[in-house]
Design a protein around this ligand. Sequence first.
Ligand SMILES: *Cc1c(COP(=O)(O)O)cnc(C)c1O
Length: 335
Amino acid sequence: MLLSRFPRVRLGHLPTPLEPLENLTRTLGGPQLWIKRDDCTGLATGGNKTRKLEFLVGDALAQSADTLVTQGAVQSNHARQTAAAAARHGLKCHILLERRVPDTEQAYDRSGNVLLDKLFGATLEYHDPGLDMNTEAELVCERLHSKGAKPYCIPGGGSSPVGALGYVNCALEIVNQANERSVKFDRIMVGTGSTGTQSGLVAGIEGSNAQIPILGICVRQPAAPQEAAVHQLVVRVAEKLGLQASIPKERVKANGDYVWAGYGIPSEGTLEAISMLAREEGILLDPVYSGKAMAGLIDLIRKGKFTKDETILFLHTGGSAALFAYEETMASILR
Ligand SMILES: *Cc1c(COP(=O)(O)O)cnc(C)c1O
């Protein structure tokens, strides 16, 4: 897989660190836990969208675009990283924010990612939930185009075949680091939402024949539709990469047990995971994605789903900027 075939700009501080979670491993009594620090990609407090944006902005510039348009939930980490990437490359940025999360606290609309979107100079518009937001973003692009602008439309989460190349790249990075460090990973766990991260990883791990199973922890919808959506994008990424063999559906596994009340709503387990990683490892998770994914990992370990001598890699996808929008929600773990 030669990723240098595809247009790309450099936005991330790569490779991100690969670290053992010694304290958490001890507390839980095994398996051996490691963490891939994609919360440290370096752009605007970091996160997984940075890798996708390297290829998306590369593609936008190759098409002579002058404006990035994208969409997400109000506290979208993708929106924040897109706004920063646009600023860095002299592009305008317009973001459609969906009021997807019910009953939020006051800080939710103002602090965290929203504050940073504005700081990076993006223009924002708000939408009530229930619309097809990718279609809404395309309509905005058509309007901008008719006024003479050159918009580049990025789907929610940057999860197009182009964006997913960023996680093909991450898969290659993980395989290299594992070989350098002589660590044999038996499994990779990652939060899965708009699907680009898991799709890129699956395509990259398959394409390099590393044979590491990947389990996505759902943050928005049940496992069956999530697996179908991830696999759909895997097929398109594999095609883009020109992989010879098709990637079977069984390579895409997701667990929907930790979505709890829905997208953007943390459970007790989510809050416990945030607290544990903060106090035992000095690592920040978030209430929407990485906290839920880690809650899944911790719960599955407690239920004995993994053997003690297994080595598991948790891919930290970032999101800590959203913590500031959830201060009241986190009251029970603050002291
Ligand atoms: C977007 C996001 C995810 C999910 O990645 P997808 O590619 O959308 O599936 C996970 N964690 C964080 C912090 C995110 O911002």
